[in-house]
Design a protein around this ligand. Structure first.
Ligand SMILES: [Zn+2]
Length: 463
C-alpha cells in the first residue's frame, strides 16, 4: 500500500464500511482497514481477532488483504472463512476473542462489498468508524509481528443454533438462502432439526442469480411463498445476503413483517422473562408496543440502526430487541446479536409448540399502513426540516397527540401514528403511517403532507 492511504469519502459510514468494488473500495482499502481497526483493537488491550467473509466474488481477495493489515499491528488473526455474519459474531463470543471483522456487502448489489466490525461484545459504529479513517489518514498505526491460523467453527456454530430448538411437533419448513452466505451452513443445520426441510438456493453464489437476498422486499419472497404453497409448509423463512436479517411467511404464504415477528417472539420470551424490557425501532407498528405491554413486558422505542439497538439492549439488559428490517436480537438464551439462522430455529420451535404462524399473528389487531416510503431531499435540509417538524408537532402535543423525537418525529394520534425521520446514511427522508381505519390513514397521510409542505418539501408519491 502507499504510505498515505486515503479512503474514498463515501465508504466510512455510520454503521459499517461499504463501497463499490473497483470504484470506491478495493484490496488496498481492506489492508488499510485491517491496520486501522487492528490499531483500535491493540490500543484497547486486545490480542486476538476473528475474520470471516460472505459469498461475494470480491470477498476472498479483500479478506486476504485485510488479514495482512491486521497482522501488521501484531494481532493473532483467526480466519474462519466463508459463512454468515452471525457465525463471525458467534466465534468472537464463543472463543472469547477481543474483536471480529466481517467482510460483507450484506443485501447490496453484487458489485458492493464492505466491513462490519465488533470490539469486545459491542458493535463498532459512528465515531469509532471515523476514528479508523483518522488513524489511517494520519498514519497513526500500531506495528507488530502478528500471526494467523485458519479455524473451521461451522460445526460448533451449527450445534449451538440447533441446541435451542424447543419444538414438540414436526413441521414442514421452507428455507430460502437466496444464494447468500447462510447457504454455507443451512443444510447441516436443518439436518439437525426434526421435521421436513425444503431448501431453496442454498448454493452460495455472489452473483445472486435467483433473486436479490433482501427478505424485506416482497418480490424477493415470491419463490419462498410459492414453495410454501407447493409443499403445504408450516413456515417459510428467508435471509438477507449475510444472514443477519430474517424474513418469514406463514402457512398461507402471507408475509410476516419484522415488527410482527418481534411481537410473536416477545410474547414467548416474556413467559420466561416476565416484565422484561423489549426494544423495537421507531418504524415498528404501535400494535407491537401494545402487545408487549399486554403481555406484561416493558416496550421501549429506540432509534433505527442495528448497532444502536444492540448497544441499547446491552445497556438495559433487555432479553429481546428487533427492527422492521428483520434484524432481531435474542439475549434470553443466546448472545444478543442479530443471528437470522438462530431466529429461524426459534421460530420453528415456537410454531411447533404454539400452533400455526398465522394464528400467532392473528392476535395483533388489523391495521392500515403505508410501507416505509423513502424520498430524496436536499442533504442540507434533511435534519433541519425534521427539527422544524418536531417543533411544530410538539406545539400540538396534549389534546390527544403524543410526540416522540428519539429518532426523527413519531406522532401518535387517535387515528394511529405517523413518522418522518432523516436517514443517517443517505440524503433521504423516510415516511410511514399506520392507522386503525382507512379514513384514519388518509388523515395521517394528510398530516405528513401538511408538515412537509410547511417545511417547503414536496411530499413523496402515494402521500
Ligand atoms: Zn445483513
Amino acid at each position: 500500500m502507499t504510505a498515505n492511504h486515503r479512503f474514498h469519502p463515501t465508504v466510512l459510514r455510520e454503521y459499517d464500511i461499504r463501497g463499490v468494488i473497483g470504484k470506491t473500495l478495493g484490496p488496498d482499502d481492506a489492508r488499510a482497514i485491517g491496520q486501522g481497526f487492528g490499531t483500535l483493537v491493540v490500543r484497547a488491550g486486545g490480542t486476538r481477532v476473528a475474520i470471516g467473509y460472505d459469498g461475494r466474488l470480491s470477498s476472498p481477495e479483500l479478506e486476504q488483504a485485510c488479514v495482512e493489515g491486521l497482522m501488521s499491528t501484531g494481532l493473532e488473526v483467526i480466519r474462519i472463512g466463508l459463512g454468515p455474519t452471525p457465525m463471525l459474531y458467534f466465534t468472537v463470543r464463543h472463543l472469547e476473542l477481543d474483536a471480529g471483522l466481517m467482510i460483507t456487502g450484506s443485501h447490496n448489489p453484487p458489485d458492493y462489498n464492505g466491513f462490519k466490525m465488533m470490539l469486545g461484545k459491542g458493535p463498532v459504529y459512528g465515531e469509532q468508524i471515523q476514528e479508523i479513517g483518522r488513524l489511517v489518514h494520519g498514519q497513526d498505526l500500531v506495528t507488530g509481528a502478528g500471526s494467523f491460523r485458519k479455524l473451521d467453527v461451522s460445526e460448533d456454530y451449527i450445534n449451538r443454533l440447533a441446541a435451542d430448538y424447543d419444538g414438540t411437533r414436526d413441521l414442514t419448513i421452507v428455507w430460502d438462502a437466496g444464494n447468500g452466505a447462510v447457504g454455507h451452513v443451512l443444510r447441516r443445520l436443518t439436518d439437525k432439526l426434526p421435521g421436513k426441510h425444503i431448501l431453496l438456493f442454498e448454493e452460495v453464489d455472489g452473483t445472486f442469480p435467483n433473486h436479490h437476498p433482501d427478505p424485506t422486499v416482497p418480490e424477493n419472497l415470491e419463490d419462498l411463498i410459492h414453495a410454501v404453497h407447493t409443499h403445504k409448509a408450516d413456515i417459510g423463512i428467508g435471509f438477507d445476503g449475510d444472514g443477519d436479517r430474517i424474513g418469514a411467511v406463514d402457512e398461507h404464504g402471507d408475509i410476516i413483517w419484522g415488527d410482527q415477528l418481534l411481537a410473536i417472539y416477545a410474547a414467548d420470551v416474556l413467559k420466561s422473562h416476565p416484565g422484561a424490557t423489549i426494544i423495537a425501532d421507531v418504524k415498528s407498528s404501535q400494535t407491537l408496543y401494545d402487545d408487549i405491554a399486554k403481555n406484561g413486558g416493558k416496550p421501549l422505542m429506540w432509534k433505527t440502526g442495528h448497532s444502536l439497538l444492540k448497544a441499547k439492549m446491552a445497556e438495559t439488559g433487555s432479553p429481546l430487541a428487533g427492527e422492521m428490517s428483520g434484524h432481531i436480537f435474542f439475549a434470553d438464551k443466546y448472545y444478543g446479536f442479530d443471528d437470522a439462522p438462530y431466529c429461524g430455529v426459534r421460530l420453528a420451535g415456537l410454531v411447533s409448540r404454539e400452533g400455526s404462524l398465522a394464528k400467532l399473528k392473528s392476535v395483533l389487531p388489523p391495521v392500515f399502513n403505508t410501507p416505509e416510503v423513502r424520498f430524496q431531499v436536499d442533504e442540507e435540509r434533511k435534519f433541519k426540516a425534521v427539527d422544524e417538524i418536531v417543533a411544530r408537532a410538539k406545539a400540538l402535543a396534549g389534546k390527544g397527540v403524543e410526540v416522540n423525537d428519539i429518532d426523527g418525529v413519531r406522532v401518535k394520534t387517535e387515528d394511529g401514528w405517523w413518522l418522518l425521520r432523516a436517514s443517517n446514511t443517505q440524503d433521504v427522508l423516510v415516511a410511514r403511517a399506520e392507522a386503525f381505519s382507512e379514513a384514519g390513514l388518509e388523515r395521517l397521510k394528510g398530516s405528513i403532507r401538511d408538515q412537509l409542505s410547511q417545511s417547503g418539501i414536496q411530499a413523496p408519491e402515494g402521500f
